[in-house]
Design a protein. Structure first.
Length: 128
C-alpha cells in the first residue's frame, strides 16, 4: 500500500496539475502493472518460505505443490496476457518453482509418514 501511495505521488509530480485523461490513465496502468510484479514476487517468496518452514516439521515440504496442481486442473495454463495482469503467479509457475526447490533439497518423497493422510481421513470421519 505504501508503494502504491509513493507511485501515486510520483505520478502527480511527473504528470503535473492537469494531465489529460489518456496520460493519467496510461500512468496509472503502468504503475499498476509495476505493482503486480511486486505482488507476484511476494507470493513466490511466500512459497519458498512455506517450504523452508515445513522442513523443520514432520510434514512433506512439497505439499503445497498438491494444492497448486489441484487448482490448476481446470485446464487453463494461462497465456501471456493473463500472466501480465495476474496478482499471483500462475499455478503452473508455482508448481515449477516448488518442483525446482524440491530438486534442490534432494527431492524428498511424499509418503504416509509425512503426508498423514490416514490421520486426516480419520479426522474428517469424526466431523459432524
Amino acid at each position: 500500500m505504501s508503494s502504491a501511495y509513493g507511485i501515486e505521488v510520483l505520478l502527480a509530480i511527473a504528470l503535473g496539475e492537469n494531465p489529460g485523461e489518456l496520460v493519467q490513465l496510461s500512468g496509472n496502468l503502468f504503475a499498476g502493472l509495476g505493482l503486480l510484479v511486486n505482488s507476484r514476487s511476494d507470493e513466490t517468496e511466500s512459497d519458498t518460505y512455506s517450504m523452508s518452514y515445513l522442513e523443520a516439521t514432520p510434514y512433506y515440504p512439497g505439499g503445497i505443490r498438491f494444492f497448486f496442481e489441484k487448482i490448476s486442473s481446470g485446464g487453463r495454463g494461462g497465456g501471456a496476457f493473463e500472466r501480465l495482469l495476474s496478482t499471483h503467479p500462475l499455478p503452473q509457475d508455482r508448481i515449477e518453482h516448488v518442483t525446482t526447490l524440491l530438486n534442490q533439497k534432494g527431492n524428498p518423497v511424499a509418503h504416509e509418514g509425512n503426508l498423514f493422510t490416514s490421520r486426516y481421513q480419520d479426522m474428517k470421519r469424526h466431523l459432524p
